[in-house]
Ligand binder design. Structure first.
Ligand SMILES: Cc1cc2nc3c(=O)[nH]c(=O)nc-3n(C[C@H](O)[C@H](O)[C@H](O)COP(=O)(O)O)c2cc1C
Length: 360
């Protein structure tokens, strides 16, 4: 208690430190060539726990091999590597969009690389098609961010959810929050999150990706930062300076996470579910491509987007969900969506292009 009061006194004396936030992203690499800048945009894709599990090899000015960095796999919550490859798929979609803005046509081949092998998962060639650089899509890539705030509970307008579903109507499904299926997902996401939050193994894995201190953020440039988790202001100052990643396993932290999740699942307009017929690398990569594409669309429509995959990460929920939701196939990704008044700037950190790319 004494320490707590000392800390509060310090905080009143150090207002400037309180407002000092974590450095979020590297400055845009203005001095680099087109292919480097395209890879920078690719790396702004979302990834589970912000693990950024991608690698690239660049040959000359027009050819890129993309690899999954399996050393960044979440072995506990993603034992089959589904989310690892979804993240790589998101990277590929950003790469394709950014390259087109720089005037390149892309030819992307997803390679049937066996799981666990170190071979490339995609080969991409670029052909110059036009000169003009289109800034609008590049800006959308920069502005996309996972939002973990409560969203408006207003139903998503049919024209808006149709825009999302039409990206691939056989794989993308929408359930209004007020529908029986929406209520089912809300309930099961809450139960699955609670189960995971109390799992010792999942806690250990999460702690390994938590970057509380500014020093950790600067050194690793990946993982989940206080700002990214929405811990800001005085709370953010305290956590950045006095908490260790191990503290995320304490009961108080775990129950705060559960409370926050219950607030999140109860505050959205609906749910997006992405499915594919079978679990394999190609389908996971294609799911990542769809995830990134619809997240960018949501950003443009002022719709918050929050992947919540605990329902399929945790044992005991998936088959009931398949039956209840009437889904023919495998669930790959679940996201909470809803209108927001304010779309804050992205705060998740990224590793520099050199750290995941070899220029041959
Ligand atoms: C496959 C996948 C699963 C994810 N699952 C969750 C999740 O369960 N809960 C969550 O808060 N964020 C989840 N995310 C969002 C990531 O944490 C987020 O993309 C990452 O921290 C980078 O932040 P950004 O999306 O704002 O760039 C997931 C992202 C992906 C690609």
């Amino acid at each position: 208690m004494k320490n707590y009061f000392m800390m509060l006194t310090m905080l009143t004396l150090l207002p400037s430190c309180v407002s000092q936030s974590q450095k979020s992203r590297e400055a845009f690499p203005n001095d680099k060539n087109n292919i480097y800048q395209v890879l920078y945009y690719a790396s702004l894709a979302g990834s589970s726990h912000n693990s950024q599990p991608w690698k690239a090899e660049v040959f000359g000015e027009d050819s890129i091999l993309v690899f999954a960095d399996t050393s960044r796999k979440l072995t506990v919550v993603d034992s089959i590597s589904r989310e690892l490859y979804i993240s790589v798929g998101a990277f590929i979609e950003n790469l394709r969009l950014a390259a087109s803005c720089y005037g390149y046509e892309t030819n992307i081949k997803i390679l049937a690389c066996p799981e666990g092998s170190s071979g490339p998962v995609a080969s991409i060639t670029l052909a110059k098609s036009k000169e003009k650089k289109e800034e609008a899509i590049l800006n959308e890539i920069k502005l996309r961010t996972t939002l973990r705030t409560p969203f408006d509970t207003l139903p998503i307008k049919q024209s808006d959810w149709s825009t999302l579903v039409s990206v691939d109507s056989s794989s993308i499904h929408y359930f209004a929050a007020t529908s029986a299926q929406g209520k089912f997902i809300r309930q099961k996401e809450s139960e699955a999150y609670t189960q995971q939050a109390k799992s010792k193994k999942a806690q250990d894995e999460l702690a390994g990706w938590i970057r509380f201190s500014n020093k950790d953020v600067k050194q690793k440039q990946d993982g989940l930062t206080t700002e990214g988790m929405g811990i800001t202001g005085i709370g953010g100052f305290v956590v950045r300076n006095f908490f260790k990643p191990e503290d995320s396993k304490k009961t108080s932290f775990v129950s705060q996470g559960i409370d926050k999740t219950n607030l999140q699942v109860g505050n959205c307009g609906g749910w997006i579910v992405i499915t594919r017929q079978v679990e394999n690398i190609e389908n996971w990569i294609n799911t990542g491509i769809l995830y990134q594409a619809i997240h960018l669309k949501c950003r443009k429509m002022n719709i918050g987007f929050h992947p919540m995959n605990q329902l399929i990460e945790e044992a005991g929920f998936e088959s009931e969900a398949n039956t209840y939701l009437g889904i023919n196939g495998k669930i790959m990704l679940i996201a909470r969506i809803g209108y927001v008044n304010d779309y804050p700037a992205p705060v998740s950190v990224r590793r520099p292009v050199e750290s995941f790319t070899t220029f041959k």
